[in-house]
Every structure is written in structure tokens, then in C-alpha cells.
Design a protein. Structure first.
Length: 361
């Protein structure tokens, strides 16, 4: 493959070329925008990266949202190289202003190509402006050794910026004072960056009961407003408020269970609140009714299912019974049969059913 004169003059940058390539592009998900050029089939790299050179490799991006949440580079770097992730504004040729983000020192396993990810939280950005996301070994130059590489893809993978590099040695001040070498007409790095302008939190309610769910700050009052957007990394407390006659059983989703529940908005989240209707206590006594007498057998019913009965004849002791009840050889003369029902809740009929009858002449 023939390289342009400018490419041949890149200071101590070796391009290792492989034939196959595939283009990946930005994708969106709910309240976030993700730019992802990583491609497992692409093994071309830009090298060397590490100590003694080159110490800084970066990707220029155009901010699609108001915050940067994370970024990733695909690298093959020995574990002896200490890496940091940095974010700066980009003025077209160099980094500018103070660092918007700097990670702690990181190392890789060094065995194979791998993704190294920096969780930036919520770095504030201006949509449409350009920023530089880069890997550096400059800050830990004295404790690092060895060289590695960063995976790349063709420049058509991402239209919002390109790959750049700077061999600053241990002099990190050069990041903002020296023009970086620009590879943007040729390559992008294999990288992933997640941006957001707020993470969506939605609340649903289920169950037989009713109630409301409110959020800290009042953005959600469900009720009527059951979704809102919150800044990346924000902690939102959800409070369930059962209506009279209902009980809150619990939350589900996004790690929630009891109320209040604290939701960390590092992704779009959804939570369901379960309310159940309280059981109405049964205080109504059943009504007992004698339905038929045939000979010595008397049938009766209750107005409530699953009732039990107690029967007695004249002044004899009342005993549990079932329908039909068989009289046991009553004597001649007048008699009174009494039966009352008790329902499943323990309510007893206080006006039992009675049947008066005569045996003999």
C-alpha cells in the first residue's frame, strides 16, 4: 500500500496495515448517544504507543449531547505501560483549556488486544463543539516501559473528528501548546464514547390497589407525571404513597425494592410500583334459612358460602350439624327446631332460623 508524503513523515508513527476493514457508526439509545467504531474484524493498528514514544494518542469528537459519560479505546499495550485517560476541549490543532477529565493510572493485562474504558461520570460539553479524548503515558513516563499499539479503522468510520497523536515525552504542557499530528484524513481509532443530555427514568404502577410515586425534587409525581429526565450520575429517591384502602407491596426494576428507593441515573431506568387493595373485613353475619322438612329430615342453608351450622331441638344442647339434619326420635307433642349459621369470618347469625312442628296427635 502506498502512503502519501505526509504519512511517510509522521514522527515515529508506524502504521501496521491489514487488508480487511468494516465501518461502524453512531447509535442512539433512549436518552443517550453512543459513538462506537470498534470492529472485531479490524486488526490494523497505529504504533508505537508507550515509552519512550509515542506517548499520546487521541480521537477528536464532536459532542452530540451535553455530557460525556464514558469513553473506550481498543489497545494492545504491555502491562508495564501506565495509561491515563484525558478529556480536553479541541481548538482544531491542539488541546485547550484545563483538563475536563483525567483518570487514575491504569494498566492492561498486556496479553491481547482489549478495551480500556474510562467512566467519566458527567463531563459537561457544548453540543456541536469538538473535544479530544486521548490516552497518555506521559504522566507516568518514569515508571513505565514498553511499547504497544492502538487499533484503528478507516476515517469513514466516524465523520465528527479523527485520530491525532503527539509525542510529548514527559512534558504534558505540550498538550495545549503544540499542534498535534493529524491522522483524521486517514484513520479513526477504534473507540466508543457515550454521551447524554439526561437519563430517562420512567415509573409504572401495577396491582389491584392505587397510589402515587414521587421523586426527590418533584420531577416525577405519578399520579400524572410518570417519567422525567435526570442528569447522568444523579441519585433520585422514589417514594411510594399508597392511597387509603391500599398497601404498597414494593418496587421492582433498577435495583429497587422498598420505599424510598435510591436510583442512580447512569443509564435509562424504569421502575414498577406494586399497590394492592386492602381486604375489606367481613363484619356481616350470615342469614340462616330452613328450606324443607320431610319426615325427620330438615334442610337449611346460609346466605354465605363455607358457613358452618349449629342445631338444637327444644331445650337440648346445641350441637354442630350439617344439612340435611335428621331428628332422632322426637317424642310426641310440639317441638321447636333451631339452626344458626356462622360464616368463614366467624360472624354468627343472631336471628337463627326456627321450625315449629308437632309429632303425633
Amino acid at each position: 500500500m502506498q502512503l502519501s508524503r505526509a504519512m511517510r513523515n509522521f514522527h515515529k508513527v508506524m502504521l501496521v496495515l491489514v487488508v480487511a476493514f468494516c465501518v461502524a457508526g453512531p447509535a442512539t439509545a433512549s436518552a443517550a448517544t453512543v459513538i462506537d467504531t470498534r470492529n472485531d474484524a479490524e486488526t490494523e493498528v497505529i504504533a508505537p504507543f508507550g515509552v519512550p514514544d509515542t506517548t499520546n494518542y487521541g480521537q477528536v469528537v464532536t459532542a452530540p449531547e451535553t455530557t460525556l459519560n464514558s469513553f473506550t479505546f481498543r489497545v494492545l499495550v504491555p502491562s508495564t505501560v501506565v495509561i491515563r485517560g484525558e478529556v480536553y476541549a479541541w481548538d482544531g490543532t491542539k488541546a485547550t483549556g484545563p483538563a475536563l477529565y483525567e483518570s487514575a493510572a491504569r494498566t492492561t493485562s498486556g496479553a491481547t488486544a482489549q478495551d480500556i474504558t474510562f467512566d467519566t461520570g458527567a463531563v459537561p460539553l457544548t453540543p456541536g463543539s469538538k473535544y479530544l479524548l486521548f490516552l497518555t503515558a506521559a504522566k507516568d513516563f518514569e515508571v513505565s516501559s514498553g511499547l504497544g499499539s492502538v487499533r484503528r479503522v478507516p476515517a469513514t468510520a466516524y465523520a465528527g473528528g479523527g485520530a491525532v497523536y503527539l509525542n510529548s515525552g514527559t512534558n504534558e504542557s505540550q498538550w495545549t501548546t503544540t499542534a498535534w499530528s493529524d491522522l483524521s484524513g486517514f484513520f479513526d481509532f477504534q473507540f466508543r464514547a457515550r454521551f447524554s443530555s439526561g437519563e430517562a427514568l420512567s415509573v409504572t404502577k401495577s396491582g389491584t390497589g392505587t397510589g402515587t410515586v414521587t421523586s426527590s425534587g418533584g420531577a416525577i409525581n405519578c399520579g400524572t407525571v410518570c417519567a422525567a429526565s435526570f442528569g447522568f450520575g444523579t441519585s433520585v429517591a422514589l417514594q411510594a404513597n399508597p392511597a387509603p384502602g391500599s398497601t404498597f407491596l414494593g418496587f421492582s426494576g433498577s435495583g429497587c425494592s422498598s420505599s424510598p428507593c435510591l436510583v442512580t441515573m447512569n443509564d435509562p431506568k424504569s421502575v414498577d410500583a406494586v399497590f394492592v387493595k386492602n381486604a375489606v373485613p367481613d363484619v356481616q353475619a350470615p342469614e340462616t334459612k330452613i328450606t324443607k322438612r320431610r319426615g325427620m329430615k330438615i334442610s337449611f342453608t346460609s346466605s354465605e358460602p363455607n358457613s358452618t351450622f349449629v342445631c338444637k331441638l327444644d331445650r337440648r344442647k346445641a350441637r354442630p350439624c350439617t344439612s340435611p339434619y335428621t331428628l332422632k326420635k322426637p317424642s310426641e307433642g310440639r317441638h321447636t327446631f333451631t339452626v344458626f349459621a356462622t360464616d368463614a369470618a366467624g360472624n354468627r347469625d343472631t336471628t337463627p332460623a326456627k321450625l315449629r312442628f308437632r309429632i303425633g296427635k
